[in-house]
Write a protein that binds this ligand. Sequence first.
Ligand code: NDP
Length: 244
Amino acid sequence: MTQGIDNKVVVITGASSGLGEATARRLARDGARLVLGARRLDRLQALAEELSLGDDAAVQTDVTQYDQVKRLVDGAVRSHGRIDVIINNAGLMPHSPLERGKVEDWDRMIDVNIKGVLYGIGAALPYMKEQKSGHIINVSSVAGHKVRAGGAVYSATKHAVRVISEGLRQEVKPYNIRTTIISPGMVATELPDSITEPDIAEAMQKAYESAIPAESFASVVAFAMSQPEDVDVNEILFRPTSQE
Ligand code: NDP
């Protein structure tokens, strides 16, 4: 059990794979009470069972639908009496050059990566304000600090996450709510699988050969959560040592 994590009620979006799943494993080990959201319910249920999280811990959630995100958060509060942390992690990265005009992919990235984060904030904030405590962790990226050809829309969404998080930080100080942006570099997950452009997909699969394990992200979450309540870790940017 870990000080600052033990017994905390934590909602994680995008917990059916990758960073969200690794974080669920880590925080469960450290004693957190978890509620997991994503669309693939079978995966969430298997994880919840493996981690002995209880019947209400796996909640099918599409983060592009505010009603569903609210139901996820409301359910956590109903089951556990409060919400201490929300990790707005769900995201996707179907890179493509703008000139290829993949409008549906642009829309999906904006809907999941930006609106999904806003909906998580919107659903959790009323409870956290009332509690006068809470911690909102939003997942950005190294791509939230720079842009490369083929990644303009993804980078835009991750820049947006950082801007939203910093605005949020300034607004919620009076309510004793902490905000953390986590900006990973290449971490081994299913993320590159969402790329449908063959040339970019191939280059990305090669680049991801030097990706670091998802536990690296979970350790960063655990670090931010386990600081004393009056210490707000605002952003952590990390990447494989070999990454540009
Ligand atoms: P994965 O593809 O492994 O996981 C993405 C998660 O997001 C899945 O659990 C997926 O669940 C969920 N998700 C996607 N769309 C939706 C939706 N509409 N509603 C609810 N959940 C959704 O990738 P990662 O674990 O790597 O990605 C997690 C976050 O980390 C993303 O925000 C990503 O941008 C960010 N990131 C990742 C990096 C990396 O190198 N891995 C680097 C920098 C940032 P389901 O399909 O079941 O809904």
